[in-house]
Design a protein around this ligand. Structure first.
Ligand code: KG4
Ligand code: ZN
Length: 325
């Protein structure tokens, strides 16, 4: 079963063809990072316009790379949310147009669920129940997954998402955008020597990252940061410490078989290493290009939705504030 995946929820225009939910036949991504970097963050109107410009060429490239024609496809999976309304609309309308023109079924995919399904592209041995740590620009969620499409959200951030915290910390330190890779790069030359607070929120599985960000801001404003690399390393350490400790604790408590680490922040090398080292439960994490936004993960998730007969009509619409469960 060949599924065309389409992803336009944020600042990457992506299309991919995936076979049977596991085999990537193509995975094309047009990033807008350089354009938004000029503004220090994503400008929603600019993002929508860029998706309109990029979507047709990216679709063509994905079909050529997969050596597929429209008649080779069995269905289309498209991100419907969460994300920027104007950006999501581009992908959803293109998906519906192709579905109508070629008589293909379409299914709307939750972007967060897509991130989770990136793991099916790298492993054939995924065992339920499992715990997912979903860390992206807009989310820091801990979820119990009991089966395909069956989630219980155990915890989420009460303020900034972890990716958002990385982006804001990079801005505070003048390291540029996107902040996650910039902080990780700067931290390579630093020592985590600056004490920064950790919000443990004991008795809950929730996260909070605004305190550590504000503590960093106060130090910078007070002229106490003389070495940016040390500040980046200390900030990265503080965020990862909380993410790893709370994820391992909840996975033990739920007696799960595996932990899946997903989302853009999961491409952080130290986070991957720390979680693997500190967890007695096996950890799966996709390669970095499948952690940040891509359409292969949407196609993989779509495959399982089609298998469960979750087919949408041409009245499919975007849901910008869609939740996992
Ligand atoms: O999943 P994603 O590509 O897009 C959203 O769904 O939001 O995640 C983007 C987020 C950004 O906040 C970015 O700074 C962060 O992931 N990120 C990282 C790294 N690479 C991307 N954070 C920490 N370390 C990284 N290497
Ligand atoms: Zn994402």
């Amino acid at each position: 079963m060949k599924i065309l995946g389409i992803e336009t929820s944020c600042d990457e225009t992506a299309a991919a063809v995936v076979e049977d939910g596991v085999k990537i036949l193509s995975n094309q991504i047009a990033s807008q990072v350089e354009i938004h970097a000029r503004y220090g963050g994503i400008v929603p109107e600019v993002a929508s316009r860029q998706h309109i410009l990029a979507i047709i060429p990216i679709l063509k490239q994905a079909m050529v790379e997969a050596k597929a024609t429209w008649s080779d496809l069995d269905g289309i999976a498209v991100t419907i949310g969460p994300g920027l309304a104007g950006s999501l609309l581009v992908g959803v309308n293109v998906a519906k147009a192709i579905a109508l023109a070629h008589g293909l079924p379409v299914t709307g995919v939750n972007h967060l669920e897509g991130h989770i399904y990136a793991n099916w592209l790298i492993s054939r041995c995924i065992d339920f129940p499992l715990v997912c740590l979903i860390v992206s620009g807009g989310h820091s969620d801990l979820a119990l997954m009991r089966g395909h499409g069956d989630y219980v959200v155990l915890g989420r951030t009460r303020d900034d998402a972890s990716g958002e915290a990385f982006d804001k910390a990079a801005r505070i330190l003048g390291l540029g955008y996107p902040g996650g890779p910039a902080i990780e790069q700067a931290a390579r030359n630093g020592i985590a020597s600056i004490p920064l607070p950790r919000a443990w929120l004991k008795g809950t599985n929730d996260f909070s990252f605004s305190g550590v960000k504000t503590a960093l801001l106060r130090l910078v404003e007070g002229g106490k940061v003389t070495n940016k690399a040390d500040a980046a390393a200390s900030f990265q350490e503080a965020v990862i410490d909380v993410l790893v400790t709370k994820t391992v604790a909840v996975a033990k408590e739920c007696r799960v078989k595996q932990i899946l680490l997903v989302g853009g922040v999961a491409s952080n090398e130290l986070l991957r290493q720390r979680l693997a080292e500190n967890s007695p439960i096996p950890v799966l994490v996709p390669e970095p290009v499948l952690c940040t936004d891509n359409a292969a993960m949407i196609a993989a998730c779509g495959y399982y939705r089609f298998r469960a007969n979750k087919i949408d009509g041409l009245d499919l619409d975007v849901i910008p504030s869609l939740k996992l469960a």
